[in-house]
Structure formats: C-alpha cells, structure tokens
Ligand binder design. Structure first.
Ligand SMILES: Cc1cc2nc3c(=O)[nH]c(=O)nc-3n(C[C@H](O)[C@H](O)[C@H](O)COP(=O)(O)OP(=O)(O)OC[C@H]3O[C@@H](n4cnc5c(N)ncnc54)[C@H](O)[C@@H]3O)c2cc1C
Ligand SMILES: NC(=O)c1ccc[n+]([C@@H]2O[C@H](COP(=O)([O-])OP(=O)(O)OC[C@H]3O[C@@H](n4cnc5c(N)ncnc54)[C@H](O)[C@@H]3O)[C@@H](O)[C@H]2O)c1
Length: 462
C-alpha cells in the first residue's frame, strides 16, 4: 500500500465556492489539492445559473419585442433557438469543457484532479482517479467539502424508464420540442418553463403544492401565476404526479388531484423537483457524520468537524451560488487562521429570473410571524408607481416589506418587477444592516425609478 501524500488542504468538489476557496488558499501559499468528479466550477457555470440566464436573456428579448407593438410600432421577429444554443456552447461552457477553469486553478498553484474524492478519516481523503487507481492525501490543515447537489429523482411509477430531462439536458437543447411538461414549480421549473414558452413551446407546469415558487411571498406566486396564464403557460397546482410513461415519442403524465385523475401528454418532460445532496458517497461516516443526512451541520466559521469545513448547497443555508461564494470566503479565512465576520444568514437574497423577476431577502411575512415577531407589512403594486406607469407593458410587479415593529427594522422584503433582482439590492442592505425604518423613510428616492416603490411600500406599513 502506498504512503499518504502530505499536503496542506484538500477540497472535495469544485463548485463555485470550492473553486474560489482553493484558488485563494493556493495563492496564499498553501499546498492545495482540488478534486472534482465532473467539471471544475460545478453546476452553476455548466448546467445552472449561467446557461439558464443566457436562455432567460434570449426569451426576455423576445418578450420585449412583443411589447414594441404597444409602444413603438411594428416589429417582426422570428424566434430561433440556434443563437441561444451557440452562446451556451461557445461562450458559457466552451462545449462543457473545464480546461480554462482547471488552468486557472493550476496557475494559482493548486493541483487539480478529476476523480471521485472521499473522506477517509479525519484529515484524510482517498481520490479515485479515472484510471482506477486511488491516491490518499493527508491534509495538514484539513479538508473542505463542496460536493453540491444533483437533480432529485422522483419515486414516480415508470419515470425512471423514460428519457426525461433534468436541468442538465435542458441547457444542452439544440432543437425545441413542440410541447414540454415541467414537473416542479420552483425557480428552475419556472425560469425554464417561461423560456421555452416564449420560444413557442406549449408548456404545462405541474406543481404538487398550492403555488409556484413557494419559498417566496404568496403575492409573488400569485402574480407569477397570472403572468404565466397570460402567456399561455398552463399551470396545474395541487396535483400529485403518480405515473409517467413514454411511447411513440411522447410522455404521458398521470396526475392525481382533488378532481380525480388527469393526463398530460407532451413531447418532452423536464423534472425540476428539487435537488439531492451529494453526501451519500463522500465518506462522511469515516469522520462520524451521517451520510444519509440532507445537510452537513456547520458552525459560523463553516466548520463541520475536526479539520473539516463544508460550504455550498450541502450546508442547507440557501442553494445559491452567492451563498457558496460567501461561505467560501469565511471558510478560507478560517483555514488561513485569519479573523473576520462570522457567517450570518438573516439577509440571504435570492432572485428568480422569470419575467417579472422575483427578488426576495430575509424572512417572508409568514416566517416573521412564525418567529414570534410583531409584524407590520406594507406593499404596493409596481404598475401604480410613476415608473411602472411610464414603462407600460411588462411593468407588472410589486414591492412588499416586512417589518419587525418592535425593533423598527425590516426583516424581509420582496421586489417583483422587470428589475426585481436589482431593486432587491437596496432592500438587502436595509435587512442586512438593520437600517431603521425611520431612516429608510427619511431618504430621497430618485424619481421616477422602480425602486421608488419601496418608499410607497414603507408608507403602507401597518
Ligand atoms: C438550472 C439551475 C439554475 C440555477 N440558477 C441559479 C441562479 O440564477 N443563481 C444562483 O445563485 N444559483 C442558481 N442555481 C444554484 C447554483 O447552481 C448552486 O447553488 C451553485 O452551483 C452552488 O453549488 P455548490 O457550491 O454547493 O456546488 P456545485 O455547483 O453543485 O458543485 C459541486 C461539485 O462537486 C463535485 N463533486 C461532488 N461529489 C464529489 C466527489 N465525491 N468527489 C469529487 N467531486 C465531487 C461535482 O462534480 C460538482 O462539480 C441554479 C441551479 C440550477 C440547477
Ligand atoms: N435564480 C436562482 O437563484 C435559481 C434558479 C434555479 C435554481 N436555483 C436553486 O436551485 C435549487 C433547486 O431548484 P428547484 O427548482 O429544482 O428546486 P426547489 O426545491 O426550489 O423547487 C422544486 C419544486 O418542485 C415541487 N415538487 C417537488 N416534488 C414534486 C412532484 N412530485 N410533483 C410536482 N412538483 C414537485 C416542489 O413543490 C417545489 O416547489 C433551488 O432551491 C434554488 O436555490 C436558484
């Protein structure tokens, strides 16, 4: 048996956070080994945020073109998926090749392996390389876990035997189907449903809960459902997918609902019904942790055990690239023995890039009430702001603020609108820094901006 190779740090999984941490640690002079079993950079650049946002950008351009008739005359657009597929292939993913990312890490001084890494007791990692050999590292400073998630497989009768899409297939599409069923009305399902619908695909969204994007305020869900209905996207809520079959190039979904069974037939099926953490095969049991758990418990320095840190989706603090990056900076400081602010999650922002965008930060009204706070809320429709009025078509949206009335600060907010994710920036500062509501009310809001609706919502606090 070969000797363990001694290094300073091993990073298991190079998602956005792992890649950044490994780069920072290597640049700080540590001997770093990074292992990824697929592509360095993780889900976000190859199958998630980046390609999906290129799709969204294209679909939004089509929608804007459709609004020209009401605003500026005639325009004729013939949608084509080819430029979208080309941008994703060439600009976003370079053909799903991570050479650039690997080289960047190597230039920073890290050693990169493509292989499967597993913890093998405290501070030790066994790396199974593609040639079948295994190398074991002993990491003096420790190990950082950033293994991320994979699409959840639904235990639905017949589904596993069909050629259904996950997000990984959806971003690689080169030919559009005539019709698409989307199972899951979360951020992935809603963003992609609207993209494909705007390119002329007949889309049905199947959501087993009562509303779309349920992590957001109910008002935001209702508004999005209205927009989807207006755009011809069929949304079936409160239904349970009980069986799927595939024959003669078509999927048949059987749905159970209060009104009995119904069937949906579509050319393609996208399943976007949540994620499964990649924790079942990283050797957690060798360091006394539970490999069946959905998350790895971490403290405010991202420590998960003796010389072990965990970052990213597997920590359960918000499955977003910005959370992975935020945690990465905190864990890096700890690895390097540097001081800095501990992790805090009272102001996690998120934006779902539908049109309108749905931005949210901190608690929803219900979460604030459940936390026992004295809650006041204020909201206003975006269309009623001067900017919404001048913007005209496409200005649908709202701003809602949630105040802890005892402290006189916002603990949550939602901004839905053409720039909902951007308006959110203001609200994120307010929640993060607990800016007194009185101070927010005493500010000057530029006229006529979308963010001026925040002032109106604050005025509605009751
Ligand atoms: C379609 C889609 C759209 C999204 N859009 C957004 C968005 O707009 N904004 C946003 O903030 N977030 C978005 N997300 C979420 C975002 O992609 C993730 O939160 C982000 O990638 C952070 O994940 P992570 O750091 O935990 O790791 P991941 O990105 O999941 O990467 C983990 C890496 O670990 C590797 N790995 C796993 N196990 C092992 C092992 N044993 N050995 C070696 N390597 C291993 C994997 O191959 C992978 O490369 C989107 C996700 C999807 C699917
Ligand atoms: N813009 C963004 O920031 C963005 C975009 C996409 C994804 N993401 C991240 O990726 C994560 C995963 O996204 P997601 O949309 O897959 O997951 P999700 O868990 O947020 O949403 C999945 C949805 O599927 C529904 N569902 C689950 N099982 C179902 C079933 N059997 N039938 C019908 N519906 C079912 C759930 O009710 C839920 O609303 C998100 O939590 C988010 O953090 C972020």
């Amino acid at each position: 048996m070969s000797e363990d190779i001694e290094v300073d740090l091993v990073v298991i999984g190079a998602g956005p956070g792992g890649e950044a941490l490994a780069t920072g640690a290597a640049k700080a002079g540590l001997e770093v080994v990074v292992v990824d079993k697929h592509l360095v950079g993780g889900e976000c650049p190859y199958y998630g945020c980046i390609p999906s946002k290129m799709m969204v950008r294209a679909a939004d351009a089509l929608a804007e073109a459709g609004r020209v008739a009401q605003l500026a005359g005639d325009v004729t657009v013939t949608p084509s998926w080819a430029p979208v597929a080309k941008r994703i292939d060439e600009e976003a993913t370079t053909g799903w090749d991570d050479t650039i990312a690997v080289d960047r890490l190597a230039d920073a001084g890290a050693t990169v392996h493509h292989g499967v890494a597993r913890l093998a007791r405290t501070g030790r990692v066994a790396v199974e390389l593609p040639d079948g050999t295994t190398t074991t590292y002993a990491a003096r400073r420790g190990v950082v876990l950033n293994p991320g998630t994979r699409p959840a497989q639904l235990p639905v009768d017949g589904l596993a035997d069909t050629p259904y899409w996950t997000n990984r297939d959806a971003v690689r599409v080169t030919e559009l189907p005539g019709s698409l069923a989307v199972v899951g009305g979360g951020p992935i399902g809603c963003e992609l449903a609207q993209v494909f619908a705007r390119f002329g695909v007949r889309v049905t969204v199947v959501q087993h809960g009562p509303r779309l994007i349920p992590a957001n305020e109910p008002e935001a869900s209702a508004l999005l459902a209205d927009v989807f209905a207006h755009e011809g996207i069929r949304v079936l809520t409160g239904v349970e997918l009980s069986a799927v079959s595939y024959a003669d190039g078509a999927f048949t979904l059987t749905l159970d609902g209060d009104d009995g069974d119904q069937q949906v037939v579509a050319d393609k099926l996208l399943v976007a019904a949540g994620r499964t953490p990649n924790l079942d095969d990283v050797g957690l049991e060798t360091v006394g942790l539970d490999p069946t758990a959905r998350t790895v418990e971490v403290d405010e320095r991202m420590r998960a055990g003796d010389r072990l840190w965990a970052i990213g989706d597997v920590t359960g603090k918000g499955a977003f690239t910005h959370v992975s990056m935020y945690q990465s900076a905190i864990a890096l400081r700890d690895v390097l023995g540097q001081d800095g602010p501990p992790a805090a999650y009272h102001a996690v922002p998120h934006a779902t890039f539908t049109d309108p965008e749905v931005g949210g930060v901190g608690m929803t009204e219900q979460q604030a009430r459940d936390a026992g706070l004295t809650v006041r809320v204020g909201s206003t429709p975006l269309e009623q702001s001067s900017r919404g009025f001048t913007h005209g078509p496409g200005a649908t949206g709202l701003v809602k603020v949630v105040e802890d009335a005892d402290r006189g600060v916002l603990v949550g907010a939602t901004a839905v609108g053409p720039a909902g994710g951007e308006i959110l920036g203001f609200l994120a500062v307010a929640v993060h820094a607990a800016v007194p509501t009185d101070t927010l009310r005493s500010m000057i809001y530029a006229y006529p901006t979308f963010h001026r609706a925040i002032e109106t919502a604050l005025g509605e606090l009751a």
